[in-house]
Write a protein that binds this ligand. Structure first.
Ligand SMILES: Nc1ncnc2c1ncn2[C@@H]1O[C@H](COP(=O)(O)OP(=O)(O)OP(=O)(O)O)[C@@H](O)[C@H]1O
Length: 355
């Protein structure tokens, strides 16, 4: 194993004992012909052991690009800056660098194609997404594909890899797991394919599972089963989950803490109960007012206007043009900082106290 100069990647521990990952001032900017597109623009997140962080926001707010950055799979045209500090659960899984106990690895400093990040992807951080066919090759069996991940990250022994794959399929509630091992992705139903993808992601016992809209394409009953499965697996394995969705109903079901994103920035960050019962950003409030509910008798409100395109934006709050509390000269004068208005509750709004 080549030991690279550790100061390049390994940062001193910050003392946050339950953090498995800390994201600090993350930026992903795309230089396009028309200008600089700030897809992610100064995001801070803390992923805690065994907990779920929900990331919610309308289409285009930067949720997926944030998750791509965490895995270092942003397309080459995107420039990634800031820090993504991973506190590995199992240092032996990480190839190519020597990390002293307790210190994190800064993923931004790693070569995006190097063996260290390749051992972290799948080994320490795994991802599931909306369309399982993207995760599976159509020409190999489910068993072979799950085993391939295990052989890469966990063991070189094929028999052992087979047993782990089978056991993981059992854990995710797959019917007839032995038979499924020999089947091809197209032979499975949508819900089963989703379970198989979750099994592949969890087979190497990652410390973080990133779920990007994993149930959007499923019907309501199967969606509920898959969400419940992710929660159960998190509780049994202690894996942390980053759950990305535009659906606040799913956020309520899944999250311990929630980051609300708007135009590449986190605008509100708090625990799930405070988000639903005491939101302090006008955008969060507007999102909550737009969720349909069986119990609601009042009229559903839609959010006025559309999300601006994250390029050549005017100074000040990104929600200014749509906000009922917007005040000229105050909200559009300069950058609005994310400030802590109560313990663990951060809001990017100068009018938060009036919401
Ligand atoms: N490869 C890319 N090159 C240029 N711009 C990109 C690229 N990928 C994403 N973007 C832009 O970055 C912004 C954030 O996109 P992102 O996909 O993260 O949004 P999202 O919140 O996940 O939306 P959705 O819910 O629709 O997936 C958008 O304006 C998008 O057009």
């Amino acid at each position: 194993m080549t030991v690279r100069a550790r100061e390049e990647f390994v940062k001193p521990a910050s003392g946050r004992e339950d953090a498995v990952m800390e994201v600090k001032n993350l930026k992903v900017h795309f230089q396009l012909d028309e200008g600089l597109l700030k897809a992610v623009d100064g995001v801070d997140l803390t992923i805690r052991r065994g907990r779920t962080l929900g990331i919610v926001g309308e289409s285009g707010c930067g949720k997926s690009v944030t998750s791509q950055a965490l895995l270092r799979i942003v397309p080459a045209s995107g420039k990634v800056e800031g820090e993504i500090l991973l506190y590995p659960s199992d240092r032996s899984k990480i190839d190519g660098i020597d990390i002293p106990d307790g210190d994190p690895v800064d993923l931004v400093g790693l070569d995006g194609k190097g063996r260290t990040i390749r051992s972290i992807r799948g080994g320490e951080i795994a991802m599931i997404f909306q369309e399982p066919m993207k995760a599976f090759s159509p020409i190999h069996t489910i068993g072979d594909q799950i085993m391939e991940a295990i052989l890469l990250h966990k063991t070189a022994n094929r028999k052992e890899a087979y047993d782990i794959a089978l056991e993981t399929l059992r854990k995710v509630g797959m019917s007839n797991p032995e038979q499924r091992m020999d089947e091809y992705p197209h032979q499975l139903s949508g819900g089963m394919r989703q379970r198989a993808m979750i099994a592949m992601a969890l087979s190497c016992e990652p410390s973080i599972l990133i779920a990007d809209e994993p149930t959007t394409a499923l019907d309501v009953t199967v969606q509920a089963q898959v969400l419940q499965l992710i929660n159960e697996l998190r509780d049994h394995t202690g894996t942390s989950v980053i759950f990305i969705t535009h659906d606040l109903g799913v956020i309520a079901e899944m999250s311990d803490e929630v980051a609300v994103m708007y135009l590449g920035k986190v605008v509100e960050y708090t625990d799930v109960d405070t988000l639903f019962y005491g939101p302090k950003h006008p955008y969060t409030k507007a999102l909550l007012n737009s969720i349909p509910s069986v119990a609601r008798r009042d009229r559903l409100e839609s959010i006025e206007g559309t999300v601006p395109f994250p390029m050549n934006l005017p100074p000040g709050c990104g929600f200014y043009s749509r906000c009922p509390l917007a005040e000229d000269g105050v909200c559009n004068a300069g950058d609005i900082p994310l400030r802590e208005i109560a313990r663990g509750h951060r809001v990017r709004c100068v009018k938060a106290e009036q919401v």
